[in-house]
Design a binder for this molecule. Structure first.
Ligand code: NAD
Length: 440
């Protein structure tokens, strides 16, 4: 049967390679659209969990996953031979940075080494992993064409960036437009047909390079604007002005301004990493991406600025940083998620430990973290007695289910990097980006 027809009548077999934060929700969207979906991952534990109907991703519903598996609409495997039967595969493997902030594309290469063994006529391959412009054409296309297949005729190759915002209930996969660019027009057309079944709007662009650049522009835009907000926060501290009041008032302008907030530093798998993919690529073309570099410098210095605020606060109470006890509130990289990848809390923890501070953390979403090779557990619950034992609390993540009022009542010094307390600022609260720290 014609591939387009198979997509339309949902008889096409869909595959997702890499079942993490991006891949598992995507697989579930295809199930919801009425397809049978095969997930492939090298991680046996994840594969076993899925096949047992057990969910491990916050944005996926436990019940929906269990039903998808028991109804036979979702199965997982570590065996890439399953690709033989798939009409379309989306690749969602990690794209981290190497030690010197160069792209690590080894996961894409290793997944593609497997896919190329099983490529068959009519197959659609869509790369979703964030990567530098040129990756789809330079890294993936050549190996697929070695089998004598012609792109756009025998198989279809596209790039479509993942735009998921973990924890966002207003904008989900379905109502966030999906950008897609194929190597040929036929590729774009086939890729758009597949994704048109799961999202309300597909935005086609003229090439995979354009689609790759779209993703990098979006995340570089965020990194640079957060960098600006962070620098303005430091300026406001020096000027004796409240940065949050400034940003809120500026945010009333109905055009030409978009609100970004300062914070303890960048976190997550995207914003701190993606701009480096772009600047690395530009370096190979003999161009320095200066905005990216500057924003990177400002954002990565924020944990150190938080340490400075703790030191100043302790000083005002005639206490030394060394030997003090500090509680970090929230270690996830952002509100209401359980992901600690690249979280600024980890940098702050490191700086505190280096300064001889005894640290603990509380995060209702993160039971434990691996730190310096060993496991550290979150405080089980927050009570007044426990909080009053610490010399300072640092609010790093403002999860909705934390009792900030209890912290305010019982902690002798609070460093608030998220403006949790705004107008309730008291003598014991130092807010990031607010001048004259001892307000009231
Ligand atoms: N997490 C996000 O919010 C987000 C948002 C947009 C884009 N992205 C991008 O999506 C991609 C995936 O990110 P993620 O957060 O889902 O990562 P993740 O680490 O949660 O998941 C990746 C999965 O791929 C598996 N894997 C690794 N190598 C593999 C291989 N060779 N074959 C098959 N499976 C393999 C891993 O076991 C893991 O389960 C990255 O490029 C990331 O930049 C992530």
């Amino acid at each position: 049967m014609d591939l387009k027809k198979k997509i339309e009548n949902r008889s096409a077999n869909i595959g997702v390679i890499g079942l993490g934060y991006v891949g598992l929700p995507l697989a579930m969207e295809f199930v919801r659209a009425g397809f049978k979906v095969t997930g492939i991952d090298v991680n046996t534990e994840k594969v076993e969990m899925i096949n047992a109907g057990n969910n491990y991703i916050q944005d996926v519903s436990d019940n929906a996953l269990a039903s998808a598996v028991s109804d036979g609409n979702l199965n997982a495997t570590t065996d890439f031979a399953a690709t033989k039967k798939l009409d379309s595969v989306s690749i969602c493997v990690p794209t981290p940075l190497k030690k010197h902030k160069n792209p690590d594309i080894s996961y894409i290469v290793s997944a593609m080494n497997e896919v190329e063994k099983y490529i068959h006529p009519g197959m659609i391959i869509i790369l979703e992993s964030t990567t530098y412009p040129g990756s789809t054409r330079e890294l993936i296309l050549p190996s697929l064409e070695t089998n004598g297949f012609t792109v756009g005729k025998d198989f279809f190759l596209c790039f479509s960036p993942e735009r998921i915002d973990p924890g966002n209930t207003e904008y989900t996969t379905q109502n966030t437009p999906k950008v897609i660019g194929g190597i040929t027009d036929q590729c774009t057309d086939m890729g758009a047909a597949v994704y048109g079944t799961i999202v309300e709007k597909v935005v086609t662009v003229s090439s995979p390079e354009t689609a790759e650049m779209v993703k990098l522009l979006e995340n570089t835009f965020r990194a640079i604007n957060i960098g600006l907000a962070n620098e303005v926060a430091i300026m406001c501290e020096k000027l004796g002005v409240d940065v949050w009041e400034v940003i809120n008032a500026a945010g009333t302008k109905p055009f030409g301004f978009m609100k970004f907030s300062p914070g303890p530093g960048l976190g997550g798998h995207c914003i701190p990493i993606d701009p480096h993919y772009l600047s690395w690529k530009l370096k190979t073309l003999d161009y320095d991406a200066r905005f990216i570099q500057l924003a990177g410098e400002i954002n990565t210095a924020m944990p150190r600025h938080v340490l400075k605020l703790v030191t100043e606060g302790l000083n005002q109470q005639q206490k030394a940083l060394k030997g003090s006890k500090v509680l970090i509130i929230g270690v996830a990289y952002k509100k209401d998620v359980n992901d600690v990848r690249e979280s600024p809390a980890l940098d702050i923890l490191q700086l505190l430990e280096e300064s001889g501070v005894k640290t603990d953390y509380f995060d209702p979403h993160v039971e434990s973290i691996i730190w310096d090779g060993s496991t550290i557990n979150s405080l089980e619950k927050l009570d007044g007695n426990a909080v009053s034992e610490f010399d300072a609390c640092i609010i790093v993540t403002d999860h909705s289910n934390i009792d900030f009022e209890l912290i305010r009542k019982h902690c002798s010094l609070i460093i608030d990097t998220r403006n949790v307390y705004h107008e309730k600022t008291g003598k014991n609260i130092i807010r990031l980006g607010v001048g004259n720290h001892q307000i009231n």
